[in-house]
Design a protein around this ligand. Structure first.
Ligand SMILES: [Zn+2]
Length: 91
């Protein structure tokens, strides 16, 4: 939106340059024209809107791994494991 405002300012100053007879006004209008045209060209576009919140799938409610309790130390270990990672005993 600001980019269009500056483009309009540069257009208006270009029109004013052709109308005015005063040298000082012409110089000022040329400066105004160059500045507003430059800003209109290099002004960055606004950031894109944030993605919708339902873009990502929800995390699963339950863990996929099934756990069992180590018979030696009592800590939860994976059901597929044959050895406890905490006490190095067979489960
Ligand atoms: Zn253990």
């Amino acid at each position: 939106m600001l980019r269009y405002s500056f483009a309009a300012i540069s257009l208006l100053s270009a029109i004013n340059i052709s109308f005015t007879e005063e040298l000082l006004v012409q110089v000022l209008l040329i400066i105004c024209f160059l500045a507003s045209t430059g800003i209109a060209v290099i002004w960055p576009d606004p950031l894109p809107p944030p993605p919708p919140p339902d873009l990502w799938s929800k995390a699963p409610d339950s863990k996929e791994r099934e756990m069992k309790i180590c018979s030696n130390c009592g800590k939860a270990v994976d059901k597929k494991w044959s050895m406890c990672p905490y006490c190095s005993k067979k489960v």
